[in-house]
Every structure is written in C-alpha cells, then in structure tokens.
Design a protein around this ligand. Sequence first.
Ligand code: NAD
Length: 253
Amino acid sequence: MRFDGKVVVVTGAARGQGRESALAFSSEGASVAVTDILGAELEQTAYLIQEAGGRVVSVAGDLTDPATIRALVAEASDAFGGIDVLHNNAGVLIGGTLEETAPEAFERAFRVNCVTQLLTLQAVAPQMRLRGGGAIVNTSSICGLAAVDHMGAYGATKAAILSLTRSAARELAPDNIRVNAVCPGGVDTPMAAAAKQMFDSEAEFLEFATSRQLVKRFAASADIIPTVLFLASHDAGLITGASIPVEGGHMAW
Ligand SMILES: NC(=O)c1ccc[n+]([C@@H]2O[C@H](COP(=O)([O-])OP(=O)(O)OC[C@H]3O[C@@H](n4cnc5c(N)ncnc54)[C@H](O)[C@@H]3O)[C@@H](O)[C@H]2O)c1
C-alpha cells in the first residue's frame, strides 16, 4: 500500500499501459484521476477500479486541449484534495520512414506525445507544491534512446520527452518534486497491434520487436508498470531526472 492517502493522475488510462497503471496505483491505496480521449473505454477503467473497491474520478477529452487538463486537475483536487503523482502516459504511434512521414502527422504526434506532457506538468506542479512535493513519471520509449527502424518520427517525440524530464527534474527539485521517465521496449497493447499492421505477419513483427532484446519475450503492460510505481514511490526517493529502460536488454550492446 505504498500510495495510501496519495492522489495519482494517469493520462491515457482507457486501455493498455495506462489502464494497467491506474489499476495498479489504486490497488496500492491511491485515489486515482484518469483521463483519455476514448470515453467509453475510460469509463470501463473507472468501473474496474470502483469494482475493486478503489476511488476514482474520470475526465474524457483530448489532452491536447488545455481545457481537458484544467478539468482533470480540478476534478482530482475537488474530489481528493490535491495531487501527489502524475503518470504522463498518453501517446500515439507514428510509423514509417522519415522520408514518407507527413509533416502534419509529425506535428500531431509531437503535440500528443510531448506538448501534453508539458501542459500536464504545468497544471499539476502547483498542486504538488501545495502538498509539499510529488513525483512525475513520463512515458518515453526505447525509440527515444535508440534509432528503431520505421519509428524515426515517433522516436523524435520520445527523445524530446527525455530532455523535458531532465530539465523538469532540475526545475522542480527545490519543490521536492521528482521527475523521471520510463522507456519501454515493445509492449503488447492496442498501440502495438497498430504497429503490427506494418508487417507481413505476426512472426515478422515479433522478430522485429524482440530481435535486439536479451530477454526474448514480447512484454505485457504488467512488465512495465511496476517500474512506474517504483519511480513514483518513496522507494525511489533519491532518483530524479533518470530515464529507466524496461526493454529486455535491448540497449545492452
Ligand atoms: N506499446 C508499445 O510497444 C510502447 C512501447 C514504448 C512506449 N510506449 C508508450 O507507452 C504509452 C502507452 O501506450 P500503450 O502501449 O498503452 O498504447 P495505447 O494506444 O493502448 O494507449 C495510449 C492511450 O493514450 C490515449 N491517447 C492518445 N492520444 C490522446 C489524446 N490526444 N488525448 C487523450 N488521450 C490520448 C489513447 O486513447 C490510449 O488510450 C504511450 O506513451 C506509448 O507511446 C508504448
């Protein structure tokens, strides 16, 4: 129960890693505020939390709209009295070579993956200051650490998150707010299902996703989220500005 009495905001919580994160924080005692652009799936996440006896509020909307973020912070504060943790998880995949990437798609991916991380940070940091501190976990990717074929544009958005993470850690340290990033390798979620479409077969995709890993297993959300909770917890009290790969050893070359 590391998050007993804590209030945790999870973005992109309608499915995949975000839903896993919201359920995990709740199971460890947190009151959870969730948001996503997929309203029906988000309600299902809220239902699952309530069914397990947890406390949750949800705000459906597009996170690139600052009004969604304002509503989310207001809901969390009104219902639970403040915010202690932010898991900046929402994101979109943009696949293909750089040569075939449409600038408009690249800009949209930057807005969803990166600008929203800035907007949420700006909205929650004042709330965390009122509580005497907090923790932010940003979701980057292995693609932010290394060049991954067909993921150049996506990787650029995820690399920017690593830089934002380091700068935010420096800026917010005086307020006792830690900021870290988690860098998953391939994870079996609806996003990965979309990536599969770029390959001729499931086997070809799995070979692409795991060939550079030392642990030859395609990850589940449950492989990633324990690291998010660790970074958000007191156990990681001395860790800030860090980017933690959770990728089966993909980077060990
Ligand atoms: N699946 C992978 O292989 C993988 C690997 C590394 C990093 N990641 C990152 O992990 C995070 C979670 O992704 P996932 O794998 O669970 O995929 P996912 O597609 O299942 O989940 C992403 C969630 O973000 C939401 N979202 C997207 N745009 C939004 C917007 N504008 N406003 C509000 N919500 C929005 C989606 O609706 C979705 O529920 C993402 O940041 C992703 O880039 C995924």
